[in-house]
Design a protein around this ligand. Structure first.
Ligand code: IDC
Length: 485
């Protein structure tokens, strides 16, 4: 029998090191198009006490594959995959599988792709996996050793954005959705269809049950074209005369507003606005029912983001995480690439307002890909210490400010211009997306419109705006700088 000799190839690994790889396993029948017949993997990890970021470059050394699964085993039982990007991860014990996402499933012979994840570890070291499989075939590429943990503070790791999908055509329109397309989380960033980090800036509705008349063609036109908003957050209260009183009507109302945002090229952030009670588990079944419906209805859209619990309070991060890990699969079953935003402890303050901090999330992230974490603040109540914690967290977690006010946490009172400016500057600098509370005419300081505005037909310009509205419109309507390649 004539067994072909394995061919030897060199692969230049990212960075300075060159890894010698073997294109082996040519014994597999070529007829099996889904089997990789040879592969090389380069695994690099930056570690700090308790956490790490891993990047994995997969090179297909055999026939082209259409769809792939990478398998590997962590050497240490304390190693866990957290937030991942460019692949869907599953972990069972120490075994991990990473499946391709839609844009990187086709790997030509000789083609490569890079995926990654943030992870946690508990042992005395954080060893790299040493054996990888691609569609069941053992890869013979070498791995590079894990960087030894630095003694104290973790490095601010911002994993590089993944290679953009090669075939994305230039945008055909100028709206935020036309330019950016389907978003995904990459490292700690929100990335557009070109794999480049972006920031979305926009407004939140008030409670749909109280201000239905504020969301109409004229007001949404003004939001899209006069404010040049990138997104509309649709705040659907669950209690307080909200969803629980008429699930069908509120679901329909949310879907209609998703359509209105879509028509105007804005992203739609569907907010399951839990507040009191603060335990999201109280609403678990309602959340599953609601998100099953809206994710099925909107699965084909590329502009929908799901916020599954507005402001958990009085509950542990573990409880919130348990809730998220039950609701996310319901969404993913219908809309696999939709981004999900998870509320954090203490009114989405990353725990700070209950004396904790972001470490509880960093060390125990939600076990799902394409997830971001919510941070909320009210500028007249929350200042330097909250800003510092958001900045610290944002170096390690994908953060999204799904709600903030320029006033006090009551939603009322005067605008704190200095603090609001510091906050918006910070979010701009870190490319943290945000939605301001509220695009409504309620007689309270946080509302953008003067009382009575929603009874008339004019929403554009500044004459209808409050001090908060003028401030936010000025900040939101400056040109976006979305990268397109
Ligand atoms: C407030 C509204 C206020 C309303 C109240 C009802 O501004 O008009 O009467 O809710 O519960 C949040 C919440 C958000 C609050 C807002 C201001 O997410 O629902 O809205 N806030 O208090 N978290 C911190 C502040």
């Amino acid at each position: 029998m004539n067994i072909p000799r394995p061919t030897r190839r060199h692969l230049l690994a990212a960075g300075a090191a060159a890894a010698l790889t073997l294109g082996a396993s040519t014994l597999l029948p070529a007829a099996n198009a889904m089997a990789a017949t040879g592969c090389a993997v380069t695994y690099t990890a930056n570690s700090w006490p308790g956490g790490f970021t891993a990047n994995i470059t997969i090179t297909n050394l055999g026939d082209a594959v259409d769809g792939w699964t990478l398998g590997f085993t962590f050497p240490d039982p304390g190693q866990r995959v957290g937030q991942g990007w460019s692949a869907t991860y599953q972990q069972s014990g120490q075994s991990v599988t990473a499946r391709n996402v839609s844009y990187n499933g086709s790997l030509a012979g000789g083609g490569s792709t890079t995926i990654g994840f943030n992870g946690t570890w508990t042992g005395t070291s954080n060893p790299s996996p040493t054996s990888f499989t691609l569609n069941g075939t053992v890869c013979t590429g070498s791995t590079t050793p894990t960087t030894p943990p630095p003694p104290t503070t973790p490095p601010p790791t911002t994993p590089p954005p993944t290679t953009p999908p090669p075939t994305t055509p230039p945008p055909t329109g100028q709206t935020p959705v036309a330019i950016n397309g389907q978003l995904r989380v990459c490292g700690v960033n929100l990335c557009n269809q070109y794999g480049r980090p972006i920031q979305l800036r926009g407004m939140s509705t008030h409670g749909l049950q109280w201000f239905p008349h504020c969301y109409n063609d004229a007001s949404l036109d003004a939001l899209a074209t006069d404010w040049r908003s990138d997104l509309l957050r649709i705040a659907m209260y669950v209690q307080e005369d909200g969803y629980e009183t008429n699930p069908t009507a509120f679901t329909n109302r949310v879907n209609t507003l998703v359509d209105e945002a879509s028509e105007r090229g804005m992203y739609a952030l569907i907010d399951f606005h839990t507040l009191t009670p603060g335990d999201p588990m109280y609403n678990l079944e309602r959340a599953k029912t609601f998100f099953a419906a809206v994710s099925a209805r909107n699965a084909d859209k590329n502009n929908v983001i799901y916020e599954i619990a507005n402001e958990p309070n009085g509950v542990s991060w573990q409880t919130i995480k348990n809730y998220a890990e039950q609701v996310i699969p319901v969404i993913r079953a219908n809309d696999p690439d939709g981004i999900v935003i998870v509320g954090t402890r203490a009114w989405s303050s990353l725990g700070v307002s209950e004396g904790s901090n972001a470490t509880e999330v960093i060390n125990n992230p939600v076990a799902a890909a394409n997830v971001m974490y919510a941070f909320h603040f009210y500028a007249a109540s929350h200042r330097d210490s909250y800003r510092a914690e958001l900045e610290r967290a944002a170096a390690r977690l994908p953060m999204f400010v799904t709600e903030f006010g320029t006033v006090s946490y009551t939603g009322d009172g005067g605008v704190d211009t200095a603090s609001s400016t510091a906050w918006v500057d910070l979010m701009d600098r870190l490319k943290i997306s945000y939605a301001n509370w509220t695009y409504s005419d309620k007689a309270e300081g946080s509302a953008a419109f003067k009382p009575g505005t929603c009874n008339g037909g004019t929403y554009a310009g500044t004459s209808v705006l409050t001090e908060s509205g003028v401030f936010m419109r000025n900040r939101i309507r400056t040109p976006d700088t979305f990268p397109t390649s």
